[in-house]
Design a protein around this ligand. Sequence first.
Ligand SMILES: [Ca+2]
Length: 70
Amino acid sequence: MKISPLPRGVKKVTLTAVDSHGNKATRQFDLTYDKKPEYDSLFDLNNDGVIDNTDVQYVADKVAALPLGR
Ligand SMILES: [Ca+2]
C-alpha cells in the first residue's frame, strides 16, 4: 500500500478480510503518517527482516478467524 501521495497526519485504516464463503470481518485502526516508514520489528511478524505482504496476510488471516460481529 503506497501512502506517500497522502498528506501527512493521522489516517484511518480499514482492513476487511473475506473468506471463501463471502463472510467478512472488518477492523479499523489509526495510522500516523509523519515520515518515511522505518523498519519496525514489531510488524515483521515472520521475522524475515522485511515488512511485506506476508506480514499483512498474517494479520488478515487472524482478523478473518475472529468471530463475526465483534
Ligand atoms: Ca516479514
